[in-house]
Design a protein around this ligand. Structure first.
Ligand code: SF4
Ligand code: SF4
Length: 409
C-alpha cells in the first residue's frame, strides 16, 4: 500500500479561503515542508544557455513523468501544505500538457509561477495559461539586445520573442519578474537591462550572477567576471535599488567566488527547499544529481513525498550541522550558511562533505579564487552550449550564422 497522504484525503479547493491556508500551513509545519516547491517538468529547451542550472546529464523526454503522474504530485503537494508551485525546466512550455498541469494546480488550490524562456509561447497559449489560473510569469533574459542575448541563448530571434511575451504578460494583467543571469560577457549591459525591466513594467528584477556548477562550471573561463566588474555591478545595483524603490524590486545574487563566506545554499541542505526532476527524483537542490554516490528517491517509488523529505538518506546526509568537518564544525557561522553549497564542494574538491571552497576559511579557497581570477582575465570567450549531446562548442561559423540570420541574410 502506498503511504501517500494524498491517497487518504481529498485535496482542498481554492475556494476554501483563509481556513484552507491556515490548515495547509499547520500541515506544512508538521512535516517542515517548504511552502513553495520547484517542479522541473522537462529538461527539453530550445535555448542552449552555457550557464544552464540543469545537470550536464539531462533527463530525456522519454523518462519524464506523465501528465497523470505530475497531477498526482500536485495533489500530494497541496495536501502536504505547499502553497506555491514553480513550473520550471528546461522550458516548461515544451510540454504539451502545461495548461492542463496549471489548471490542476489551480484546482487543488496551488498558486503557480511559470519560469520560462518564453520563446515557445503564443499569445493564445499565454491567455490559456492565465485562464487556467497561472498567477505569475518569470522570463529569463540573456542581455538587453539581440547581438548579445541571442548569442548567449544560442538561438536566433530569442530576444525579440521574449520582449513580445513580456508585453503580453502585462496585457493579461499577470505579474512579471525579469530574470537576468549575469556574467563577464553581458555585465556591461546591466544598466540597460534594469531600464528594460522598468520599460516592460516588471514588478521584480533578479540580477543573478552565474553560480558555477554543472554547465556553468564547464563554461567558467568564458563567464567568470573580473573583480572590477563585480564591484561596478554592486554599485549599479545599489544605486538602482534606491532610485527605483516602489517601482521595481531588485534582487541581487553575488558570485560567491569573490565573497569571503559562501551563500546559505538553498537555505541549507534539506531545510527550506526541494525540487522534483523531470523523471520524478525528489532533490534537495536542482544540481544535486551532480553529486555521485547519493541515491535520490523518486515520486515513482512507494514512498510519499513527506517520507522522502523527512527520512531519505540523501536529504539527511547533509542536513543540519552534524555532518560538518572542520573548519565548519567549530565555526560560529555554521548555522548561518550551513557550510555553503554541497554541489560546489563536490565539483571543486571531489567530496560533497567538504567545506565549500567559496569560504575564505576553506583550505582550498585561495587556490580556487586565484584560478577564477586568472580565468576572468583571460580571453577565452567561446561557449560550450548546453544540449542533450553533452554540449557543442561555439565556433566562429556558428556565431556568424546567428549574426547573418539576425540581419535577414
Ligand atoms: S537556462 Fe537556458 S538552456 Fe537552461 S533551461 Fe533555462 S532557458 Fe533553457
Ligand atoms: S567555515 Fe564553514 S560554517 Fe564557517 S563560514 Fe566557512 S563555510 Fe560557513
Amino acid at each position: 500500500m502506498s503511504d501517500t497522504l494524498a491517497d487518504n484525503k481529498t485535496p482542498p479547493g481554492p475556494s476554501d479561503g483563509l481556513a484552507v491556508l491556515e490548515s495547509r500551513r499547520s500541515a506544512a509545519e508538521t512535516y517542515g515542508i517548504p511552502l513553495a516547491v520547484l517542479l522541473e517538468i522537462t529538461h527539453r529547451c530550445p535555448l542552449q544557455c552555457p550557464y544552464c542550472s540543469n545537470p550536464v546529464e539531462l533527463d530525456r523526454g522519454s523518462t519524464e513523468l506523465t501528465t497523470g503522474e505530475w497531477k498526482k504530485v500536485l495533489s500530494e503537494l497541496a495536501e502536504l501544505g505547499v502553497l506555491q508551485i514553480h513550473f520550471s525546466g528546461g522550458e516548461p512550455t515544451a510540454r504539451k500538457d502545461i495548461v492542463e498541469l496549471v489548471q490542476h494546480a489551480s484546482d487543488v488550490g496551488l498558486y503557480s509561477n511559470l519560469i520560462t524562456s518564453a520563446v515557445l509561447l503564443t499569445k493564445d497559449k499565454l491567455a490559456a495559461l492565465a485562464d487556467a489560473g497561472l498567477s505569475h510569469v518569470q522570463i529569463s533574459f540573456q542581455g538587453n539586445e539581440p547581438a548579445v542575448a541571442d548569442r548567449v541563448a544560442g538561438l536566433k530571434d530569442a530576444h525579440r520573442k521574449k520582449l513580445e511575451v513580456a508585453k503580453w504578460t502585462r496585457e493579461l494583467e499577470m505579474p512579471l519578474t525579469v530574470n537576468a543571469v549575469m556574467h563577464r560577457q553581458n555585465l556591461h549591459q546591466l544598466p540597460d537591462i534594469i531600464q528594460m525591466a522598468v520599460d516592460l513594467d516588471a514588478d521584480r528584477l533578479e540580477v543573478a550572477n552565474v553560480q558555477y556548477y554543472g554547465w556553468a562550471l564547464k563554461n567558467r573561463a568564458a563567464l567568470m567576471p573580473t573583480i572590477a566588474q563585480i564591484e561596478e555591478t554592486s554599485r549599479i545595483v545599489e544605486e538602482a535599488q534606491a532610485r527605483l524603490k516602489g517601482t521595481l524590486a531588485i534582487d541581487y545574487v553575488v558570485p560567491d567566488y569573490y565573497a569571503l563566506r559562501p551563500k546559505k545554499c538553498m537555505g541549507g541542505w534539506g531545510r527550506q527547499f526541494f525540487n522534483i526532476s523531470p523523471a520524478g527524483k525528489v532533490l534537495p537542490c536542482h544540481a544535486a544529481e551532480s553529486i555521485t554516490g547519493l541515491e535520490f528517491e523518486s515520486v515513482r517509488s512507494n514512498h510519499s513525498i513527506a517520507w522522502i523529505w523527512q527520512n531519505s538518506e540523501a536529504f539527511n546526509r547533509y542536513r543540519g550541522t552534524g555532518w560538518m568537518p572542520e573548519p565548519c564544525k567549530s565555526c560560529e557561522f555554521r548555522e548561518v550558511d550551513y557550510g555553503g553549497c554541497r554541489c560546489q564542494a563536490f565539483a571543486l574538491t571531489g567530496d560533497a562533505g567538504n567545506t565549500d571552497p567559496a569560504c575564505a576559511l576553506s583550505p582550498r579557497h585561495e587556490e580556487i579564487f586565484k584560478q577564477a581570477e586568472r580565468e576572468s582575465a583571460a580571453s577565452q570567450n567561446r561557449f560550450l552550449y548546453r544540449n542533450f549531446a553533452g554540449g557543442t562548442l561555439e565556433t566562429e561559423e556558428s556565431r556568424d550564422n546567428r549574426q547573418d540570420n539576425r540581419n535577414g541574410a
